[in-house]
Design a protein around this ligand. Structure first.
Ligand code: C2E
Ligand code: CA
Ligand code: CA
Ligand code: CA
Length: 274
């Protein structure tokens, strides 16, 4: 039994080593990914629920790994944040998204996700301004999506950065609304332009209790003068309920999957079997 335990431990040990090695391998790959031009952005349309028109797009990062294939952000953004590589990757994404916003040839807004590590950088507002200037995209067409983790940082410099961006004319959206610990208190501290209702609420919207929460968020947005977008809309039934609750904008596989600007260059995110 003792030998068995020792073997199990060795096995566990080897598995740990493998995991550490795997992570180090990925970190090494990630460090070179930007210079090897392995990142790309997929764009997902944001729809006006009343007119059905595309009024915006969200830029979503993809990593074309030479061996692993297309790696989703959930798999590498945490590592990019830990290593602070996200600062450079995020600046690249901002420049790319601003340039592509014009290439789409319409007047839709471009939304870019910003990580807390990136937002906390002293030069962040300047990075945004540089991306706008280099592309020629009017500031009012750029929207930055931030989550609660951004707002948990040192409040004073944070509010200062938000104000600078605001003065430039850039919109700020509060992403994944309703999933954090204190979304409501953040709404009181800062006037966002938009609230994005997390897709977990939309997935469960057939449930009357969840629909009541969504209704309350839509009402909250209206009384605070903030636009409200529902994320992860996958069915016509969900869209109908959202329309009925007065939600203005929606995003989700029902309206369009994230896809590259030039479809010839890459493929849209694959349909996942339900
Ligand atoms: P997010 O900002 O909440 O983005 C929405 C996620 O939901 C995206 O996943 C999108 O592909 C997915 N999605 C859209 N419509 C539907 C739907 O109808 N059903 C379902 N099930 N999913 C849908 P993705 O692209 O894997 O991105 C995951 C997260 O990675 C994002 O969540 C965001 O937090 C982060 N991320 C993506 N791009 C960037 C970036 O450029 N910078 C930073 N800092 N984070 C990023
Ligand atoms: Ca987002
Ligand atoms: Ca979200
Ligand atoms: Ca999310």
């Amino acid at each position: 039994a003792k030998a068995e335990g020792r073997n199990a431990f060795r096995f566990f040990d080897a598995a740990m080593d493998a995991a550490v090695e795997e992570r180090e391998r990925l970190e090494l790959d990630l460090r070179g990914a930007l210079s090897r031009d392995e990142f790309m952005l997929h764009y997902q349309p944001v729809i006006d629920l009343e007119t059905g028109q595309v009024i915006g797009r969200e830029a979503l990062l993809r990593w074309r790994h030479p061996v692993r294939g297309l790696v989703s952000p959930g798999e590498f953004i945490p590592l990019a944040e830990e290593t602070r590589l996200i600062v450079e990757i995020g600046a690249w994404a901002l420049r790319r998204a601003c340039a592509d916003a014009l290439a789409f040839g319409d007047k839709a807004r471009m939304a870019v996700n910003v990580s807390a590590v990136q937002f906390g950088q002293p030069g962040f507002a300047h990075t945004v301004l540089a991306a706008l200037c280099a592309s020629g995209l009017p500031a009012h067409r750029l929207e930055l999506e931030i989550t609660e983790t951004v707002l948990m940082q040192d409040a004073e410099s944070l509010i200062a950065t938000l104000m600078v961006l605001r003065d430039l004319g850039v919109s700020i959206a509060l992403d994944d609304f309703g999933t954090g610990y204190s979304s409501l208190s953040y709404l009181r501290r800062f006037p966002f332009d938009k609230i994005k209702i997390d897709r977990s609420f939309i997935a469960d919207i057939a449930n009357p209790e969840t629909a009541a929460i969504v209704r309350a968020i839509v009402g909250l947005g209206a009384s605070l003068g903030m636009r409200v977008t529902a994320e992860g809309v996958e069915t016509e039934a969900q869209a109908a309920i959202l329309r009925n609750e007065g939600c203005g904008e929606a995003q989700g596989y029902l309206f369009g999957r994230p896809a590259p600007l030039a479809p010839a260059v890459g493929c849209p995110d694959q349909a996942v079997e339900q």
